[in-house]
Design a protein around this ligand. Structure first.
Ligand code: EPU
Length: 421
């Protein structure tokens, strides 16, 4: 397994070009299953999660061509079963369920297994699709949908922890080809859900209320092929912004999706970071002290759970006591014990942590446990004394396109050590 060896101390200075959004690209690729016509998707980031999704589409019968960020895909579905071996590699593969049911009237998708960031139920996906008329059972660890005519209705997708992002995606995709009108109440409003809705509209779907908690979808019989460019990744941009803040750097984040980053940018400003919005992106720099802060994760437009770990890393060197409350995935704190290995002073209490900033972290070997936790460890390594080794970086390769090359280009001392196994 590859690892990163990072020597801390250098400020990040220069330009980083932000890639296409992983969490938009995955459901948009799944949505191409809704039509037999060709779809051309631009700005698709080269990530292992994207490669898994393309493998799944190929397994189902698609012709796929992926080159220089553009995917050309034509879905002639010859198979409606996605087996465990493919699905277990990535939880987001569940978002093929809605389109498969809508296009084929049947689907068998293995239940995604456990996840270190916490329990990841899909009850809202299933009840939403059942309300549309799909007959769904769980058989031998698979979600099996067979028979049932999809008909529009009113569906509420609000769960105990807020709305569900991929659940909204699944139900919205199925509703596009259902008979009549579907109203989704409590829809997730994340920019990635909005991006998927816009892609569906470009395929001919009739959706109103896009970007709000109430989506109204007039079902139609057929969707057609489309050419579409994915939004840029607000979480990648946020991660680099935190990198500039932590290292006292000065980064220009080209094509950062500024409008999708309000809560993160506000918090960075409160911490003493300078944010300048420019025509082609965002400039992030810091010269003064880094102040402690309080954050609480919530659904968009609130503070994103996908930026929580990176802000924890930042708090370890901020002046004073920071408080971080995680409301979406209450156990998403795997990075805390690893940050402590670098000397961080952190108390973990249920779904919140108190972090007492210290002058300097000290390098050590640490273990990445999930995507955003690994990003936090890389950020911490950039400011730690001596050398930090981040093991199991395949987690970070799932969601950050060439992060080591991008960091190296702006002054970080980071090296990927390839594993021989
Ligand atoms: N939930 C339920 N029932 C469901 C579905 C979700 O109770 O049927 C709960 C979850 O347990 C969680 C909350 O609802 O407490 C929100 O989960 P959600 O369904 O919104 O998460 P997701 O759609 O599976 C996406 C992103 C995650 C991101 C979350 C929250 C993709 C591919 N994944 O997951 O991204 O953290 O929304 O914003 O879009 C990441 O990129 O690192 C990542 C984990």
């Amino acid at each position: 397994m590859d690892k990163f060896v990072i020597k801390g101390g250098n400020p990040l200075i220069g330009k980083v070009t932000i890639s296409g959004s992983k969490n938009s690209a995955l459901p948009i690729l799944a949505a191409t299953l809704l039509t037999p016509e060709e779809c051309i998707i631009h700005r698709v980031p080269d990530l292992s999660d994207i490669r898994y999704m393309l493998e799944i589409l190929k397994f189902l019968g698609a012709q796929v061509h992926y080159e220089k960020g553009t995917v050309r895909v034509k879905n002639k579905i010859i198979n409606w079963i996605a087996p465990y071996d493919l699905v277990r590699k990535m939880r987001a593969s569940i978002c093929i369920l809605g389109p498969l049911i809508a296009r084929c009237g049947k689907a068998r998708v293995s239940l995604p297994g456990g996840c270190v960031i916490g329990d990841r139920p899909i009850d809202l996906h299933i009840s939403g699709l059942q309300k549309l008329g799909a007959n769904i059972d769980i058989i031998k660890g698979d979600v099996v949908a067979q028979g049932g005519q999809l008909r529009g209705t009113t569906i509420n997708l609000r769960g105990p922890y807020g709305s569900t992002v991929l659940g909204t995606d699944n139900v919205m995709m199925a509703a596009c080809r259902s008979e009549g009108t579907t109203i989704i109440e409590g829809a997730a409003c994340e920019p990635e859900v909005e991006d998927l809705a816009k892609f569906l509209v470009s395929m001919g779907a009739k959706i109103s209320g896009i970007g709000s908690q109430r989506l109204i979808i007039e079902g139609i019989k057929e969707l057609h092929g489309s050419e579409y460019t994915i939004i840029t990744d607000r979480i990648e941009a946020g991660t680099f912004a935190v990198g500039a803040a932590m290292t006292k750097g000065d980064l220009f984040l080209e094509q950062a999706p500024v409008n999708h980053m309000t809560s993160v940018l506000e918090k960075l400003r409160d911490c003493g970071v300078t944010i300048q919005v420019e025509e082609k992106g965002l400039r992030v720099s810091r010269s003064g002290p880094l102040k402690a802060f309080e954050i609480e994760t919530s659904s968009y437009p609130g503070f994103p759970t996908d930026m929580q770990a990176q802000f924890c890393a930042m708090a370890t060197i901020a002046c004073g006591k920071s408080k971080v409350v995680e409301n979406i995935f209450p156990n998403r704190f795997m990075h805390i014990s690893e940050l402590k290995r670098l000397g961080a002073n952190i108390e973990l209490l249920k779904n919140e942590v108190h972090i007492y900033g210290i002058e300097r972290l000290s390098g050590a070997p640490v273990m990445a446990s999930d995507l955003r936790a690994s990003a936090a460890l890389v950020l911490a390594g950039l400011v730690a004394d001596n050398t930090t080794e981040v093991h199991r970086v395949y987690h970070i390769d799932r969601g950050y396109e060439k992060i080591d090359e991008k960091l190296l280009a702006v002054g970080a001392m980071i090296k990927r050590v390839y594993s021989k196994t």
